[in-house]
Ligand binder design. Structure first.
Ligand SMILES: [Zn+2]
Length: 92
C-alpha cells in the first residue's frame, strides 16, 4: 500500500517537472527596432524634410545619398519624391 503511494508521488512529480521544462520561455524580440535606432544615429545634412517641410530630427525614417551628402526623410514617400527631382530640393 505504502509502495503504491510512493510510486504515485514519483509519477506526479515527474509530470510536474516535465511540464516545467516544456514551458516556453518568452523572448521579447523587437523586430526592426534596432534599425530605427540606427537611423537616428545617422547624420544627415538637412534638418528639415525638403518635401513636407517637417523636422527630420527624431522622425528619420529613410535616407538617401545624393552627391556625397546624406539626406534624411520622414518617410519613404518623401525620399521617392526627392529622387524624382533632387536638384529642386538640394540647397545650392
Ligand atoms: Zn516628409
Amino acid at each position: 500500500m505504502q509502495k503504491k503511494i510512493i510510486l504515485y508521488i514519483s509519477i506526479l512529480s515527474s509530470i510536474i517537472l516535465s511540464c516545467k521544462q516544456e514551458t516556453p520561455t518568452v523572448k521579447h524580440q523587437s523586430m526592426g527596432g534596432s534599425t530605427s535606432s540606427q537611423l537616428k544615429n545617422i547624420k544627415v545634412v538637412n534638418k528639415i524634410d525638403p518635401i513636407c517641410n517637417m523636422e527630420v530630427e527624431g522622425f528619420l525614417q529613410d535616407t538617401i545619398l545624393y552627391q556625397t551628402k546624406t539626406y534624411g526623410f520622414c518617410s519613404t514617400y518623401c525620399k521617392d519624391e526627392f529622387k524624382k527631382n533632387p536638384e529642386q530640393y538640394v540647397e545650392k
